[in-house]
Ligand binder design. Structure first.
Ligand code: ADP
Ligand code: MG
Length: 386
C-alpha cells in the first residue's frame, strides 16, 4: 500500500529522520497561510499524488514570495499531472505539500527494499541522486551501491559507514547520516515496509542531511498488524475497479489488453494470461476469484470485468476443486441475468461436478461459447477479438 509524500514525512518525523518543515494543504488560502507560517522563502509547492517524476511534470515548484505561492497553488491544485509514472491519462492533484525550501549542496539517492533472492533488506545508495536517477541506473549502474542487511542481525555500524562513504558524506555530517539511516532501517522493519525511498536525500550547504522527498510502500499482507497505517490509505489514488474488486475479496489487477478473464487460483490465472498471449490476444486483467469462491463472488467478478469498456471478450477458465463447477455455473447464470452481456464469453470448465456445471450453463439459454480444453478456449477467445 502506497502513501503520499506528506504522510511518509510524518512517519519520518516520528523516527527522527530529518525532513523540511511543512504541511499538507487542500486550498490556495491554506497554502498561503502555511507558507507565511514557515517564516521565509523560498517555499516549495509540491503536488501530492501516488506517483514520482512530479518535478519533471511540473508538479514541484519553488516560490519566492506569497504571491508566487498563490499563483503556483492555483496552477497545481486541480491540474492533471502527467509524469512518466502516471501514464498518459495523468492524475488529478487534490492536495499540496507546502514546505520550506532548502539550500542544496548535493542531491543523493537512498532506498531500502526487501530483496527476496537473498532474503534480506537491501540498501541502495548513489551519490548521483535527484530527478535523473533512472538515467543513472541505466547508464552508470556502478554509481549505485547495494548493501545487504541480514534482518536477524539488524543493521551494523560498519554498514552505516559503508553507505555513508559511498554517498560521499563529509566527516562533519557522518554521525548525523548514520543516525538517519539507522532510524530509517528501524522504521522500515517496524512498519513492515516493502520499500522506503528518499530521492533526493540532500546535503545542505551547512553540512546537514535531510530527506527532501519520501516514498513509502507497506507490505499489504502485513497491514493487519498495523491498523493505524490503514488510515493512511487514499482510495482516490487507486484504480476504482481494483478498489471495487477488493471489497469482494477478489484478486484483481487491471491491465492494458482486451480479453477479460476470470480464473480460480493465482497459478491458473498466470497460465491463462500466458495462453491468451500465445493465441495472439492480450489480457485486460488478472482476476483470481480464489479457490473457494462463492457464486456471489463469481457474479461480482463478471460484473466488474464487463464494466471495463476495453474488454471485447471474456475467457472464464475454472478448475473445479473446492469451488465446484455447479456452484460456479450458478454464479455465472445469476451474473448473466443481472448484467448486460455485451461481449462473447468463452467458458472452459474442468473438475468436480463438471457435467452438472455444463448442464446448468446449457439449460440457462445464455449465449456462451463452450471450450473443450485450454488451447481451444484460448483460440476461441482470441478469434473473438481479432
Ligand atoms: P519528484 O521525485 O516526484 O520529482 P521531489 O520531491 O523529488 O519530487 O522534488 C523534485 C526536485 O525538487 C528535487 O530533486 C529537488 O531538487 C527539488 N525540491 C523538492 N523539495 C524541495 C525543497 N523542500 N527545497 C528545495 N528543493 C526541493
Ligand atoms: Mg523525488
Amino acid at each position: 500500500m502506497k502513501i503520499h509524500e506528506y504522510q511518509a514525512k510524518q512517519l519520518f518525523r516520528r523516527y527522527n529522520v530529518p525532513v523540511p518543515e511543512g504541511s499538507v494543504v487542500f486550498s490556495v488560502e491554506e497554502a498561503k497561510r502555511t507558507a507565511s507560517a514557515l517564516g521565509g522563502f523560498p517555499v516549495v509547492v509540491k503536488a501530492q499524488i501516488h506517483a514520482g517524476g512530479r518535478g519533471k511534470g511540473g508538479g514541484v515548484k519553488l516560490a519566492a514570495s506569497i504571491n508566487e505561492v498563490e499563483t503556483l497553488a492555483n496552477e497545481i491544485l486541480g491540474m492533471t499531472l502527467v509524469t512518466h509514472q502516471t501514464g498518459p491519462e495523468g492524475r488529478l492533484v487534490k492536495k499540496l505539500l507546502v514546505e520550506a525550501g532548502q539550500l542544496i549542496e548535493r542531491e543523493l539517492y537512498l532506498s531500502l527494499l526487501v530483496d527476496r533472492n537473498t532474503a534480506s533488506i537491501v540498501i541502495m545508495a548513489s551519490p548521483d541522486g535527484g530527478m535523473d536517477i533512472e538515467q543513472v541506473a541505466h547508464k552508470t549502474p556502478d554509481r549505485i551501491i547495494k548493501v545487504y542487511i541480514d534482518p536477524l542481525m539488524g543493521i551494523q555500524g560498519y554498514q552505516l559507514r559503508q553507505v555513508g562513504f559511498a554517498l560521499g558524506i563529509p566527516g562533519a555530517a557522518m554521525k548525523q547520516f548514520s543516525t538517519l539511516l539507522s532510524n530509517l532501517y528501524q522504521l522500515f522493519m517496524e512498519n513492515d515496509c516493502s520499500m522506503v525511498e528518499i530521492n533526493p536525500l540532500i546535503l545542505t550547504v551547512d553540512d546537514k542531511v535531510l530527506a527532501l522527498d519520501a516514498k513509502v510502500d507497506f507490505d499489504a499482507n502485513a497491514l493487519y498488524r498495523h491498523q493505524e497505517l490503514m488510515e493512511l490509505r487514499d482510495l482516490d489514488e487507486e484504480d476504482p475497479m481494483e478498489v471495487e474488486a477488493s471489497r469482494f475479496n477478489l484478486n484483481y489487477i487491471n491491465l492494458d489488453g482486451n480479453v477479460g478473464n476470470i480464473v480460480n487460483g493465482a497459478g491458473l490465472a498466470m497460465a491463462t494470461m500466458d495462453i491468451i498471449k500465445n493465441a495472439g490476444a492480450t489480457p485486460a486483467n488478472f482476476m483470481d476469484v480464489g479457490g473457494g469462491a462463492s457464486s456471489e463472488q463469481v457474479e461480482n467478478a463478471l460484473r466488474i470485468i464487463l464494466a471495463d469498456s476495453k474488454v471485447k471478450a471474456v475467457l472464464i477458465n475454472i478448475f473445479g476443486g473446492i469451488l465446484r463447477c455447479d456452484i460456479f455455473a450458478k454464479g455465472i447464470v445469476d451474473a448473466a441475468r443481472k448484467t448486460n452481456i455485451r461481449v462473447p464469453i468463452v467458458v472452459r470448465m474442468e473438475g468436480t461436478n463438471v457435467e452438472e456445471g455444463k448442464k446448468i450453463l446449457s439449460q440457462a439459454g445464455l449465449n456462451l461459447i463452450n471450450a473443450e480444453n485450454l488451447s481451444d478456449a484460448a483460440q476461441k477467445v482470441a478469434a473473438a477479438v481479432i
